[in-house]
Design a protein. Structure first.
Ligand SMILES: Cc1cc2nc3c(=O)[nH]c(=O)nc-3n(C[C@H](O)[C@H](O)[C@H](O)COP(=O)(O)O)c2cc1C
Length: 178
């Protein structure tokens, strides 16, 4: 697990190759294993492999989503907001679980933020994704996780560069020695 955490970096360039169906199944199952508050499981996942839809989704923001166009797979993480008041936390956890599972399967991934983002000056990214995918109004859109076989390498996390000053021992302000 520690190695997985070190190795995982955001990957935004992908090989053209479609993701193998058995790996897509594993990603989908992993998403459904995500913990959620009171086990309400307000999240749902749209597994998008249709290149036309992926291309449309890549235009969901002015910045930070165009690279999705080059990905063979996008998992759109949504939630029924009427089911849980902490759907944001639940969908965030599920998004990370998808990313770590992707890494474990030899795939690269990157989170694309949709919630609270704008497509342009008049349309929210969420409304845009809603119209592209036909989502009912009670569904909120948290993220799109772009996934594919990596076509770029990123250096793993360097433990010497971790932000150790953000760790406190017992009380705030007490430096934690590791
Ligand atoms: C909540 C969240 C939202 C993010 N949104 C985007 C995004 O919209 N576009 C993007 O290219 N990267 C996005 N990222 C990826 C971050 O930029 C990336 O995780 C951060 O720079 C650290 O790099 P690393 O993942 O390679 O360690 C997001 C990450 C998180 C956790």
């Amino acid at each position: 697990m520690n190695d997985l955490l070190k190795k995982r970096r955001s990957i935004r360039k992908f090989k053209q190759q479609p993701v193998a169906p058995d790996l897509i199944d594993k990603l989908a199952r992993a998403a459904l294993m995500s913990p959620s508050s009171r086990k309400i499981n307000p999240w749902e996942f749209i597994i998008v492999t249709d290149p036309e839809l992926i291309s449309k989704l890549s235009a969901c923001k002015e910045h930070g989503s165009a690279f999705l166009k080059g990905a063979p797979l996008g998992i759109v993480v949504i939630a029924d907001e009427t089911k849980s008041d902490v759907w944001v936390e639940d969908t965030s956890i599920a998004s990370v679980i998808i990313q770590l599972t992707a890494e474990d399967l030899g795939l690269g991934s990157c989170w694309i933020q949709v919630r609270k983002r704008m497509k342009d000056s008049s349309t929210t990214s969420e409304d845009y994704v809603r119209s592209v995918l036909g989502l009912p109004g009670n569904y909120k859109v948290a993220s799109v996780i772009a996934i594919g076989y990596p076509a770029e390498t990123r250096p793993p996390c360097d433990e010497n560069e971790l932000l150790y000053e953000k760790l406190h021992s017992n009380k705030f302000g007490n430096c934690m020695k590791l």
